[in-house]
Design a binder for this molecule. Structure first.
Ligand code: NAD
Ligand code: TYD
Length: 336
């Protein structure tokens, strides 16, 4: 039975990947490794087939724990585990360096020692920095110009992954995806934060003028792209993932308000995020032409499905919002 190790599999995209991969490949076995930080939640993995899934609670920065947790000769390791929220990286960057940079090197070493077949690093378009309104979308050849400590830590990890390929001939691939949305996303990110606040009748904090642009992709489409890169990506190559779906933040917020029947008086324009990237846009031509991947979900359909999921899973997001997240919300939004 092929075995895939998935780190960060109790988070938003990782849990989506675990569910989708196990459903798509009836012969696959997955070992999920996750520390269950504030962002990790075992509820996200409810219902995955227990006979083909094992969960290990461990820290990817702990070399001994990783040596123990990664099975000998596993076919692949997909590294989703990371600190992921730009605003938290501004309040406390060190945790980002630790998990995203050190953790990636620890995993590369453990994967080599254990003879893991392929290492897939889940990276982000944020490593490329910001685009002006008229610039072409990022390609894999765009220079790395990260703006936030989060993006810089992910860029550092990408360089370590490529160095492992050059130095030891390790079979690695890197994916750089645009902004994801979908069920189970932690309500600190734009779409679930605005949606859950709108459902509660709370103010919606829009940074600056709200005219920043993000390029949105539904999580299922990201997970399917990772499966395609795992199966057919060239060793040492980078693949951009995106659905050519650029939207102004303010338009996304307005669409959410309209869908839940709230009016725009809930919008609050608040002090901008320092170093805020103006625009992201991904050119996924390499993925489309080399591996035949195509996104399957239009933004409007994916958003409607996501809104319905949050309506149907109020208990999930209320439990998440009531935890340690309250302290972060106060520290970040309290004075904005
Ligand atoms: P998330 O914050 O929802 O989940 C991160 C997971 O990693 C959590 O389950 C957490 O418990 C786990 N984790 C954190 N530190 C750990 C550690 N030291 N050891 C073990 N586990 C640890 O994140 P997400 O949005 O699902 O993102 C997953 C990956 O995809 C990240 O690498 C991120 O950089 C990348 N990515 C995210 C987006 C996006 O829009 N969310 C876009 C492109 C790329
Ligand atoms: P976010 O979901 O944090 O993703 P990223 O910054 O990694 O792209 O934010 C998406 C966009 O939404 C970004 O331009 C910042 C903006 N934003 C707000 O305007 N208000 C908020 O409260 C948050 C969390 C984000």
């Amino acid at each position: 039975m092929p075995t895939c190790v998935v780190t960060g599999g109790a988070g938003f995209i990782g849990s989506n990947f675990v569910r989708l991969a196990l459903a798509d490949r009836p012969d696959l076995r997955i070992v999920t490794i996750d520390l269950l930080t504030y962002a990790g939640n075992l509820e996200n993995l409810e219902g995955v087939p227990a006979d083909r899934h094992t969960f290990v609670r461990a820290d990817i920065t702990d070399p001994d724990a990783m040596r123990r947790a990664v099975p000998d000769g596993a076919d692949a390791l997909v590294n989703f585990a990371a600190e992921t929220h730009v605003d938290r990286s501004i309040l406390g960057p060190l945790a980002f360096v630790r998990t995203n940079v050190t953790g990636t090197q620890v995993l590369l070493d453990a994967a080599r020692e254990r003879g893991v077949g392929r290492f897939l690093q889940v990276s982000t378009d944020e490593v490329y920095g910001s685009l002006a309104p008229d610039e072409p979308a990022f390609t894999e050849a765009s220079p790395l110009r990260p703006s936030s400590p989060y993006a810089a830590s992910k860029a550092g990890a990408d360089l370590l992954v490529l160095a492992a390929h050059r130095t030891w001939g390790q079979d690695v691939v890197i994916t750089r995806c645009s902004n994801n949305y979908g069920p189970y996303q932690f309500p600190e990110k734009l779409i679930p934060l605005m949606l859950s606040n709108a459902l509660e009748g709370e103010p919606l904090p829009v940074y600056g003028d709200g005219r920043q642009v993000r390029d949105w992709i539904f999580t299922d489409d990201h997970s399917r792209a990772i499966l395609a890169v795992l199966a057919g990506g060239r060793p040492g190559a980078v693949y951009n993932i995106g659905a050519r779906s650029e939207r102004f933040n303010l338009d996304v917020v307005r669409a959410i308000l309209a869908a839940v029947g709230r009016d725009e008086s809930l919008i609050r324009f608040v002090t901008d995020r320092p170093g805020h990237d103006r625009r992201y846009a991904i050119d996924p031509t390499r993925l489309e032409t080399e591996l035949g991947w195509q996104p399957q979900t239009a933004f409007e359909d994916g958003l409607a499905c996501t809104i319905q999921w949050y309506r149907d899973h109020e208990g999930w997001w209320r439990r998440v919002k009531d935890g340690s997240y309250r302290a972060f919300y106060e520290a970040w939004y309290g004075k904005r």
